[in-house]
Design a protein around this ligand. Structure first.
Ligand SMILES: CC(=O)N[C@H]1[C@@H](OP(=O)(O)OP(=O)(O)OC[C@H]2O[C@@H](n3ccc(=O)[nH]c3=O)[C@H](O)[C@@H]2O)O[C@H](CO)[C@@H](O)[C@@H]1O
Ligand SMILES: C=C(OP(=O)(O)O)C(=O)O
Length: 426
């Protein structure tokens, strides 16, 4: 089991290029199953979740190669529309294959997906959306079998703007007969990226990025080459790390407009941020200021995927802050670990009350999920002394060798296998 060992207290400084977005690449890889032929995707990060998705695609009969951030797919051999339970369980995003495989083969068998333990994460909105398009669904235990000779367009209203359900319905509706509208659709940038990819293959979709998406079904798609957007959550993680260590970092290959809510929050905390095209510079020499209330909500509001990272900054702020999590009920697991490092945080229902402390202290802590793990890494970078972050396979799901990226910014961080003592000379 790998661990990260961090000798904290050194401000991050320098510049880095941000990786492509996990949450855009995963649905786009799934959407590639809608077409027959060679699809090439650029800016695909080297992540555990991408590896799992490529293994699922190979299991379905697709040829897949991933080298230097480019993925080459040959989907002509895809025959199967059955995803084994062991593969489904490896991540939540396996669910993205339901819509495309159903649209291409008229049937699909999947199992309840796995993923980080951050909440219940039902798939009812996905299933109801597909049923509205004419699919019949049979559930038996964790197995879900879905049939439809030909999907037909429909008006679908989502009770909640679920990112994954919006994407699954879009992918299924692309080859359906007639027009589909999704109202109360999620508006995340990754949904716009999926629309752009599908349209590049000949789909007719408008409205992604707003709460109403319209899909006019087409007969057939044509393969294409497509670059995935930059990862706004990785960008945000580094921005917070720069601020928490009172460093100065320049990030290239970013989409600042995707980070408006974070930029606003960090500026309120007293962090200096400048934006120039696709470059974001973050600098901070002073103790952060507390923020009375941050609430996570669907895009464009403050993202749940940056909640734990920003909590580290607030844990070091001058004053009391409140963070309310409204998307996932199990997303405060980093709090106990941060308290082990000296943070003063109390959780009541879905709100965390954060009384800032002047400093955190190194400790051995456990990453319980992807973003909780990223938060603990930031805490370790800012803390006095040595921090060991365990269970870092969670972090590898979303950050392409996080230690290499941070080392490049001057951090004293190493990935090690046990034993961990004496591997870093301060
Ligand atoms: C790969 C990917 O893009 N992952 C992101 C996506 O996850 P994901 O697509 O799973 O997130 P959703 O927007 O679907 O989930 C949001 C909320 O809706 C609930 N829900 C969802 C679907 C459903 O059928 N029924 C239901 O009740 C979930 O339990 C959760 O409470 O959006 C989340 C919210 O921004 C992010 O944290 C994830 O990083
Ligand atoms: C929760 C996340 O991802 P997933 O939906 O893939 O579990 C995340 O990226 O923070």
């Amino acid at each position: 089991m790998d661990k990260l060992v961090i000798e904290g207290g050194k401000p991050l400084s320098g510049s880095i290029v941000i990786q492509g977005a996990k949450n855009a690449a995963l649905p786009i890889l799934a959407a590639s199953m809608l077409v027959e032929g060679n699809v090439t995707l650029d800016q695909v990060p080297n992540l555990l979740d991408i590896e799992v998705m490529l293994n699922i695609l190979r299991d379905l009969g697709c040829k897949a190669e991933h080298k230097n951030q480019t993925v080459w797919l040959d989907t002509t051999g895809v025959q199967s529309s059955h995803i084994p339970e062991s593969l489904m369980r490896q991540m939540r995003s396996s669910i993205f294959l339901m819509g495309p495989l159903l649209a291409r083969f008229g049937e699909v068998t999947i199992y309840q997906p796995g993923g980080c333990a951050i909440g219940e994460r039902k798939i009812d909105l996905h299933l109801r959306g597909l049923m509205s398009l004419g699919a019949q669904i049979e559930e038996e235990g964790s197995r879900v079998v879905c049939y439809a000779k030909k999907l037909r367009g429909a008006e679908i209203h989502l009770d909640f703007p679920s990112v994954g359900a919006t994407e699954n319905i879009m992918m299924a509706a692309v080859l359906a007969d007639g027009l589909t509208t999704i109202s109360n659709a999620a508006r995340e940038p990754e949904i716009q990226d999926l629309q752009n990819f599908l349209n590049a293959m000949g789909a007719k979709i408008i409205g992604a990025g707003t709460d109403t998406i319209t899909i006019e079904g087409v007969e057939k798609l044509t393969p294409c080459r497509y670059p995935v957007i930059p990862d706004r959550i990785v960008t945000g993680t580094i921005m917070v790390a720069a601020a928490a260590t009172r460093g100065s970092v320049t990030m290239h290959n970013t989409c600042p407009s995707h980070l408006t809510s974070l930029i606003h929050v960090l500026r309120r905390a007293g962090v200096q941020i400048t934006v120039d095209g696709d470059i974001i510079k973050v600098g901070s020499a002073n103790r952060p200021k507390s923020i009375d209330r941050i609430v996570t909500s669907p895009y464009p509001a403050f993202p749940t995927d940056l909640q734990s990272q920003v909590m580290v900054l607030l844990a070091l702020a001058d004053g009391v802050s409140i963070m309310k999590e409204t998307i996932f009920e199990g997303r405060f697991k980093h709090v106990d670990e941060l308290c082990r490092m000296g943070a003063d945080i109390r959780v009541d229902l879905n709100s965390a009350f954060i009384r800032g402390v002047p400093r955190l202290y190194g400790a051995t802590v456990e990453a319980t999920d992807l973003r909780a793990g990223a938060a603990l890494v930031i805490a370790g970078l800012a803390a006095q002394g040595k921090t060991v972050v365990e269970q870092i396979h969670h972090i590898d799901r979303g950050y392409d060798r996080i230690e290499t990226m941070l080392e490049h910014l001057g951090a004293r961080i190493k990935r090690v296998s046990s034993p961990v003592n004496n591997l870093i000379q301060p």
